[in-house]
Design a binder for this molecule. Structure first.
Ligand code: GLN
Length: 454
């Protein structure tokens, strides 16, 4: 089958089903099919790679040349990117076809996709449920078979939590492996791009493309190239799995715990040995994150001033009034809340009490993992405390929403790699995710661990 045929098939599915799921905010059949045609020519010329001609979707946080790139916001709803993100460039070199841009929480702030300017995404397992967030469009698109794989980003759980809630797989690599160039910034010290797909094997193939040094991101790491698909078949006998007692405590719903324990039992059968570990500072990860992430966001989002690109208020009296009206009209409620929190914790007189304190605790949270990895090779637990909740259920209470990332955020604070793989279903028939956390640069091991179960 040719890339054009395969791509057309997915475009047809998107046309038929996107009105139900709202997973894509931009499709451009013409641009997509011309990429597919080019891929077929590349293959015919014998110059294809493993992924040449494979259509994939991109979270609308990645700038793609000549494509509208909105980041889920009214602020960028008219922004057509003049350049490619490093990730988009890499996929272009590999020959994949861009199927379209997926819906997301506004500026990746959210856990349910309900903060998107383009309306919420529906969970393909139950359209009354949220898909998770912020990469909910990518997760729903993969789950509904609107694309075989997609890109996502994860600042506090945005790849893993929607993967869990939609019953797919996703991995957030070690901070620094995937370039943030052209990936619209939320909280730069935490943001990391990664793949979302149906299996660990597909994640490995995607990761092979996404990982690579890029001089335009000052935190990009220069490392020897790795093939993440090479060790998928290694046996797991003797693998030491750490189970953090804090991840199996109050707040975890009983059905999610049952499903996660069942997955852990499977790992026992595969020869893994379970050890109880402790991550004592876990309970501080949400408060720390909600100081640091808004602080960085308040700075990153100051660039949206209506002057050079993006939304500009139609009527204003002078420059200051234009700034104010543009930002008042262009940003949604959650984004404004974060900007205000961020400006507050960075302000003179509060900086020491909040920002500096949070940075110190961040260090302790990272140290917890360093200590834990002296006792185990890999850490397992739930990805999220519950299965997908209903649309509208947590919208009114930001704290409840923030708590859905209780098991994912510490990984970002530490810069570690984390992934989520499907692990059965809750009592409501909605998917459960098993989280796998590895030490720095242990992506190949994590994918191997996931692949053996799948
Ligand atoms: N849900 C978290 C937040 O709202 C994490 C989002 C993310 O990882 N981008 O900030």
């Amino acid at each position: 089958v040719s890339s054009v045929e395969m791509t057309q098939e997915f475009l047809n599915r998107i046309k038929a089903l996107n009105p139900v799921y709202n997973a894509f905010v931009t499709v451009n059949e013409e641009a997509t099919l011309s990429q597919a045609k080019f891929a077929d020519e590349t293959i015919a010329a014998g110059k294809g790679t493993l992924l040449t001609g494979v259509p994939i979707a991109h979270k609308d946080i990645f700038c793609a040349k000549s494509w509208r790139t909105t980041c889920g916001s009214k602020m960028l709803s008219n922004f057509v990117s003049p350049y490619d993100a490093h990730v988009i460039e890499r996929f272009g070199q590999a020959g994949t076809v861009n199927l379209g841009k997926t819906n997301m929480d506004e500026f990746a702030m959210g856990s349910s996709n309900e903060t998107s300017h383009f309306g919420p995404v529906k969970n393909p397992w139950d359209v009354n449920a949220v898909p998770g967030g912020s990469s909910g469009g990518s997760a729903a698109a993969v789950a509904a078979r609107l694309c075989p794989a997609a890109t996502g980003t994860d600042t506090g759980g945005s790849i893993r939590q929607p993967a869990a809630l939609c019953g797919i797989s996703g991995i957030k690599p070690t901070y620094g492996l995937v370039s943030r160039y052209g990936m619209i910034a939320f909280a730069s010290s935490l943001d990391q791009g990664g793949p979302m797909a149906r299996s660990a094997e597909d994640l490995a193939l995607m990761l092979n493309v996404m990982v690579g040094f890029d001089a335009r991101d000052s935190t990009s790491l220069q490392r020897e190239e790795e093939n993440y698909a090479r060790t998928l078949d290694q046996p797991l006998k003797g693998l030491k799995v750490g189970l953090p007692k804090e991840y199996f405590a109050e707040g975890l719903s009983a059905d999610v715990e049952r499903a996660v324990q069942a997955a852990i039992d499977e790992y026992r059968k595969l020869g893994a040995e379970m050890v109880e570990i402790s991550l004592p500072n876990t309970r501080l990860s949400i408060p720390v994150y909600y100081v640091l992430a808004p602080a960085e966001a308040s700075s990153n989002l100051s660039r949206y001033d209506g002057v050079r690109y993006g939304y500009r208020a139609p009527e204003y009296t002078d420059l200051m009034d234009m700034y104010k009206k543009t930002r008042a009209q262009g940003f949604g409620t959650e984004v404004k809340r974060r900007i205000m929190i961020g400006a507050y914790v960075l302000s003179h007189g509060y900086y020491d009490a909040y920002y500096l304190q949070a940075q110190k605790i961040r260090r302790l949270i990272a140290q917890d993992f360093t200590d834990a990895f002296k006792q185990c090779d890999i850490i397992m637990g739930p990805t999220a405390p519950t299965t997908a909740f209903n649309l509208g259920e947590k919208g009114a209470d930001p704290i409840q929403m923030y708590l859905s990332d209780i098991y994912t955020i510490a990984v970002n604070l530490a810069g570690l790699p984390g992934m989520s793989i499907p692990a059965g279903f809750g009592d409501d028939g909605r998917p459960v995710g098993l989280q796998i956390i590895g030490n720095y640069f242990s992506e190949a091991k994590m994918l191997n661990v996931a692949h053996q179960y799948q």
